[in-house]
Design a protein around this ligand. Sequence first.
Ligand SMILES: NC(=O)c1ccc[n+]([C@@H]2O[C@H](COP(=O)([O-])OP(=O)(O)OC[C@H]3O[C@@H](n4cnc5c(N)ncnc54)[C@H](OP(=O)(O)O)[C@@H]3O)[C@@H](O)[C@H]2O)c1
Length: 333
Amino acid sequence: MDYRRLAGTDLDVSVLCFGPMRSAARTPSADDRSQAGERALRTALDSGVNFVHSSYEYGVRWMMNGVLRDHPKRHDIHHVIKLPGPDWKDGNRFDAAKFRMRVEEALTDLAAERIAVLQWMWRTDPNDDDNRVKVLPMIVDDVTAAFETLRDEGKVGFLSTFPYTSAAAKAAIDTDAFSGLIGFYNPIEMEMQPLFAELAEKNMGFLCIRPLYQGILTDGRDSLDALPDGHHLKKPENAPEFAKRRAVVSAFAEEIGDSTTRFALRFPLLSESVASVITGLNTEAQVRHAIDCLSGVTPRPDLTARALRLWQQDLVRLDGRMVCSPVAAGVAA
Ligand SMILES: NC(=O)c1ccc[n+]([C@@H]2O[C@H](COP(=O)([O-])OP(=O)(O)OC[C@H]3O[C@@H](n4cnc5c(N)ncnc54)[C@H](OP(=O)(O)O)[C@@H]3O)[C@@H](O)[C@H]2O)c1
């Protein structure tokens, strides 16, 4: 397992971060998916993964607790948790008590003494740039104060943010309140990449979410029809996303060779700014494969620049809203 220093922190995190969003049923259950997810998490920890993402919104912490509460490595795990506040309907108001409650709840659920990284996010209604950029300066001092109180109690480590868009990301960087950013990042979602140079200048880190574009950038999935029946992405409105996949696969045919999955998993780490890829892992086989793929990745600014050009010139022109929008995926982003 490779590890990278997360810029802006003193954390050395595994380049693979366990994403549990679909690894278990949303309520305690002995179903096949939950059992496979539990084995996947155990395999990841046994294989050196020391970085674990989670959210109360996924409803899967019951499974994680079963693995983590008496795991011999639990004190070595760095947790990153999603922490929305204000939420969509909170009228742009930040509530320090709710912020604390979400941290305390995560400490209990994850059997942890500290949450290493808070992925704080502010949600507005409507959640557009006008609103978001305007609201941030109104609440950021209160967020920082709430974070610092918890940090001084030893309960949290670092404050980062998930800004949704590049305009909000730029506003967040300019506040100097955050150790880094967390965002979607893969060859189909390159919006955050132009900010990487500024992040590096300011010693801020970046964590990549969904390197596989929710599973579309994986082997054999060149069209909607290739998805198994019942798959959560098998919806007609997602067809345009497979056109984007085909554009990526065609542009990087040589680098991809015989595995799109391998290329997509490694892609974020081609940039020095990215410390870890937060990947949805549902089975032991996916964990072992991801670990194998992520070994020995070195920076390739030329490839990252090519992907950015493709995204700017072609991918954004291909029709279709993002497949993995919260509405399509049925999960709050
Ligand atoms: N706003 C947010 O904070 C936010 C939003 C979304 C996600 N997340 C976090 O990011 C994590 C990852 O997001 P994601 O799951 O949407 O996207 P992803 O990591 O791009 O895709 C994960 C999917 O790819 C497939 N897969 C995983 N490993 C594979 C392998 N080795 N070989 C082939 N296929 C593989 C699995 O799908 P199948 O099993 O269906 O093939 C898996 O569900 C989530 O678990 C969650 O922790 C955060």
